[in-house]
Design a protein around this ligand. Structure first.
Ligand SMILES: Cc1cc2nc3c(=O)[nH]c(=O)nc-3n(C[C@H](O)[C@H](O)[C@H](O)COP(=O)(O)OP(=O)(O)OC[C@H]3O[C@@H](n4cnc5c(N)ncnc54)[C@H](O)[C@@H]3O)c2cc1C
Length: 377
């Protein structure tokens, strides 16, 4: 039976970055991944450059575009453009390359990975996890990290995160060429997708297109809708192959740790319920997971409660407002677009959210303050 300090279930973005953070600290880490490598990830790759501080390595080689403008449209017209000021605060990265880069670096620092392997049984004996796998091997570890993404089986087993998870339905495709999107701009297209929106994020020579619907479990299996969106981004050839994915989104403050176990990334239901941003919370949770496990291992303690507290402070407080905004905006999108997006300062604020300079909480507090000042005046 092979022995590790930490076993991580899932070798995607969250799993690999947690592994790198921990192996850099000198711990013995094993990642158990159920897939062979090479699938294109259904992820548009938009990320705030401010996340540098949570990244355990330089990722310049996977940045494909540096974004200067964010464009919003309602049914292909009524444009609003927000300039992103200064050094580009928003990047488009190629997700499969980022995951591979993090994983390779983790392996360089001594992490191990087994794939394609399924976890079959997890038990605990004398404060040690015993993990039986589909390769007929059994592995032991002191700590366990659940990083198996939106379809996570193991968060439920350990009772981590919301009992009733909420999902956004998404559709993703990658087309050759950039259509009518400038190479340094992203576009958010409202009005076509019920309870959500469509987006176009440019890579070097191709475009990541996505549709997301965030409330009421609306389906995106609608050829006319998909074609309309693709055409709005400047493409005529409609013979595309799309990937559908249910994305677990933030749904309230919940405990994300148990005794010697915690959840990170999508498995922890951290994705932004308004804009589907999941790279940022994956990196934040991986960072705090490693810090807290390190703290426990170096002081011989098992209490990971500070992990759940840190994630709530760093992310959950903002997402509570993101959820409220999503529920109002996507129910009344036309009014939301006119009063929210078309408001003079709104594009700048949304750009600040995307670039990590402001949180939904900051925005909500500003609005409340403005309303209070008006009602007093
Ligand atoms: C269409 C779409 C577009 C998006 N665009 C953006 C964007 O532009 N910007 C942004 O910030 N976020 C975006 N996101 C969200 C982002 O992609 C996710 O939040 C991110 O992938 C989460 O990473 P993760 O490692 O937690 O999960 P994943 O990347 O899903 O990784 C989970 C890993 O666990 C493995 N696994 C699953 N089950 C098991 C098991 N039982 N045993 C072992 N391994 C297992 C999987 O094979 C996978 O490798 C988008 C999401 C979608 C669906």
């Amino acid at each position: 039976m092979k022995d590790f300090d930490i076993i991580i279930i899932g070798g995607g973005l969250s799993g690999s970055s947690t592994a790198l953070n921990l192996s850099k600290k000198g711990y013995k880490v094993l990642i158990i991944e159920k897939e062979v490598f090479g699938n294109i990830k259904p992820c548009a790759g938009g990320m705030a450059s401010s996340m540098k501080k949570f990244l355990p390595l330089n990722i310049d080689q996977v940045i494909e575009s540096k974004i200067r403008n964010v464009e919003f449209r309602w049914e292909s017209s009524d444009n609003v453009v927000a300039d992103l000021s200064g050094e580009s605060p928003f990047w488009i990265i190629r997700r499969e390359k980022l995951d591979q880069l993090l994983l390779n670096e983790a392996l360089k620092y001594g992490s191990e990975i087994i794939r394609p392997v399924q976890v079959e049984e997890i038990t605990s004996q004398n404060k040690t996890w015993i993990i039986k796998c589909s390769n007929q091997e059994t592995y032991k570890s002191k700590f366990l990290v659940i990083a198996d993404g939106s379809q996570s089986h193991w968060v439920r087993y350990f009772d981590l995160g919301p009992r009733k998870p909420k999902f956004a339905n998404t559709l993703a495709l990658r087309l050759k060429g950039l259509g009518n999107i400038p190479k340094d701009a992203v576009r958010f297209e409202f009005g076509f997708v019920k309870y959500g929106f469509a987006w176009a994020f440019p890579l070097k020579d191709s475009l990541n297109i996505g549709l997301g619907t965030f409330i009421n479990n609306k389906t995106l299996e609608d050829e006319d809708l998909n074609n309309k969106v693709i055409k709005s981004f400047g493409f005529e050839d409609l013979s595309f192959k799309a990937v559908h994915k249910r994305l677990r989104i933030w749904n309230g403050v919940h405990k994300l740790n148990g005794d010697r176990v915690l959840a990170v990334g999508d498995a922890a239901s951290l994705c932004d319920p308004f804009l589907a941003e999941g790279i940022r919370p994956s990196l934040i949770s991986s960072y705090f997971a490693a810090e807290n496990i390190d703290q426990c291992l170096s002081t011989n303690k098992n209490d990971l409660n500070n992990y759940s507290i840190s994630i709530n402070n760093e992310w959950g407080k903002s997402m509570a407002w993101g959820k409220r905004i999503a529920q109002i905006f996507y129910r009344f999108p036309k009014t939301g677009y006119q009063l929210g997006v078309k408001r003079k300062t709104a594009p700048k604020r949304i750009a600040q959210i995307l670039s990590g300079q402001m949180s939904y909480e900051d925005i909500a507090k500003r609005v409340i303050k403005r309303l209070l000042t008006k009602s007093e005046g």
